[in-house]
Design a protein around this ligand. Structure first.
Ligand SMILES: Nc1ncnc2c1ncn2[C@@H]1O[C@H](COP(=O)(O)OP(=O)(O)OP(=O)(O)O)[C@@H](O)[C@H]1O
Length: 276
């Protein structure tokens, strides 16, 4: 079963169109949505959550969005916004009324694990503390699917690493899945099973991460050698006056080339530039 099926999602704003996006998130997996600023990551997530109108069809855990379904989804948006005066104890009381599956013990465990104070007002939390509180809430109502919009942006490397560990733990249960967006590609490269590239409102690819890392490689070639390659083999290139560095599909080039591995970040940057 898929935790998420997105079919032909289209959303038009003046000057921007999220165009005919289709991808699926298999249950038990983590899918990373990578895209530059303004690529359409938050628009995709807002559409999934039903907070904006869109064209197309989106199924979450086999259903269309509803109030009952929202209980099964843990959500963290880029700005975690609790009222400034509330502290973690107040938030616990409010969530108890909001979610029928609210797990107070688990929430308190996360507060301890994240080193979050129970009596300090939200306004006095640091950015990292606010994000961790949002994640603690998302993880404390027995959600099966987590949807996270830029949960690591603005956090220091240690806090980001801690969050990656927590998200990995969450998917140890094979009924648990995560959709996570970020422009910090290295975080997603560590965490995700599947990678989707969004560029200027278009989905450039959605594929298993290991397949991408296996399939695409760097080669250094001359302009003449480049001209002889199948143009579909070349996903992106950067030239200087001596040679060209290209990312290619290793199955579409002669096996005599010396190849170097790519990172997901290299692949995204080269592909996005080639599109432009
Ligand atoms: N309510 C809105 N009205 C008009 N345009 C909007 C609205 N919301 C988003 N947009 C536009 O849609 C485009 C995509 O925005 P979106 O927030 O989805 O990008 P993003 O990939 O999440 O970017 P970032 O990484 O900067 O958060 C942008 O050009 C933005 O200006």
């Amino acid at each position: 079963m898929n935790a998420l099926n997105i079919n032909n999602l289209t959303k038009k704003y003046s000057g921007f169109t999220l165009e005919n996006i289709s991808f699926s998130l298999p249950q038990g997996c983590i899918l990373g949505l990578i895209g530059e600023n303004g690529a359409g990551k938050s628009t995709t997530i807002r559409s999934i959550l039903g907070s904006i109108k869109y064209d197309g069809d989106i199924e979450i855990l086999g259903q269309h969005i509803s109030a009952e379904l929202k209980e099964r989804i843990g959500v963290v948006l880029d700005e975690v916004g609790f009222p400034d005066k509330l502290n973690a104890n107040d938030i616990n009381r409010i969530m108890k009324n909001m979610f029928s599956n609210w797990d107070e013990n688990r929430f308190n465990e996360y507060l301890g694990k994240f080193g979050l104070p129970k009596n300090k007002a939200f306004a006095d939390f640091s950015k990292g503390m606010k994000m961790k509180l949002g994640i603690a809430v998302a993880l404390s109502h027995n959600a099966e699917l987590l949807i996270l919009d830029e949960p690591t942006s603005g956090l220091d490397p240690l806090a980001r690493d801690e969050i990656i560990d927590i998200l990995n733990d969450f998917t140890r249960d094979e009924t648990h899945s995560i959709l996570i967006s970020s422009h910090i590609v290295s975080d997603l490269e560590k965490l995700c099973d599947y990678i989707a590239f969004l560029h200027k409102g278009r989905l450039m690819l959605c594929e298993e991460k290991d397949t991408l890392l296996e399939q695409y490689v760097f080669i250094n070639i001359t302009e003449e050698q480049l001209a002889e390659l199948d143009e579909n083999a070349v996903k992106g290139k950067r030239s200087n006056k001596w040679s060209t560095e290209a990312i290619v599909d290793r199955n579409m080039i002669p096996q005599t080339f010396i190849t170097k591995p790519v990172s997901i970040e290299d692949l995204f940057v080269f592909m996005a530039k080639e599109e432009d």
